[in-house]
Design a protein. Structure first.
Length: 283
């Protein structure tokens, strides 16, 4: 898999999160000695704790980078053109024949979306509890709510409209959740929102790639990562020498690695590190 992995066109279900910097891996795993004899001497070692932490800065703000950089629930801001500015524009039904890249609507409904519009595509909320949202869970609901748009508020199934016409919305890239299921609805969004606090912890798999100048590559695969801490940004001055006051605002990501059981030998692991040498380099 790693030999053929294309970071510019990652295979499903991987999603490109862009470039990062200040990538740091910190192991908090601990080993302990098993002692035997009088006087006691080390017989062998065993691991009594598995733990690892990651920190890095995202170089761009997107739906996913913003969600990954906060330790709580992440939401979409639904478009609201009503006079009160609070009532969301109603969702419209996706028609049969829609794909992950082309959303088919009734002609009258499609007129409400223009190139550059951002959209959320998911089902109406009808009182469900538990994990909600597609293609990954965006929230865990303990008690029924009254907001019919709630799932579209928290869904990760979002897209950018590149072109619109003849009842179709052409997306800049395919929806993460694939072709919309029957009964799905679409709603315009204007941005993204998170909040500090709450009880929901989302979980992801991550693959980090370091590329060498000769074609060599180092991969770090973390099967399970959870954000830790709260939302944090870093201001990086663009010109320290001339003190212009201009700065980049970077999202800071902090993560805890959780263990998985390797199916080959049933060992519990946190991370896989792969190295692909450059062509004709010594091995």
């Amino acid at each position: 898999m790693m030999n053929a992995f294309d970071p510019d066109a990652p295979p499903t279900p991987w999603v490109d999160l862009g470039w990062i910097e200040n990538f740091t891996r910190t192991s908090a795993s601990r080993s302990t000695a098993i002692l035997t004899g009088i006087p006691a001497a080390t017989l062998e070692q065993t691991r009594n704790r598995l733990e690892a932490h990651l920190t890095f800065d995202f170089l761009s703000w997107t739906k996913l980078t913003m969600a990954l950089a906060t330790g709580s629930q992440h939401m979409n801001v639904l478009a609201a053109s009503a006079s009160d500015g609070m009532t969301p524009d109603p969702a419209v039904s996706v028609q049969a024949g829609s794909t992950a890249s082309v959303i088919t609507l009734q002609y009258s409904d499609a007129a409400g979306f223009t190139p550059g519009s951002m959209i959320a595509v998911d089902n109406d909320y009808t009182g469900q509890t538990g994990y909600l949202g597609s293609p990954v869970s965006g929230a865990y609901v303990r008690q029924p709510l009254s907001d019919i748009d709630y799932i579209r508020r928290i869904t990760f199934n979002v897209g950018l409209v590149l072109g619109a016409g003849s009842g179709n919305l052409i997306l800049a890239r395919p929806l993460p959740g694939g072709a919309p299921a029957p009964g799905t609805k679409i709603q315009a969004i204007t941005g993204f929102n998170d909040r500090e606090g709450g009880s929901f912890y989302h979980e992801w798999s991550a693959l980090f790639l370091l590329e060498g100048s000769q074609g060599d590559r180092i991969f770090f695969h973390y099967p399970r990562l959870q954000p830790v801490g709260e939302a944090e940004e870093a201001a990086v001055p663009l010109d320290d020498k001339h003190k212009t006051g201009l700065a980049r605002i970077l999202l800071k990501g902090q993560f805890l690695a959780l263990p998985v059981t390797d199916p080959h030998d049933q060992e519990r692991v946190l991370c896989y590190r792969f190295f692909k040498p450059a062509s004709y380099s010594l091995v």
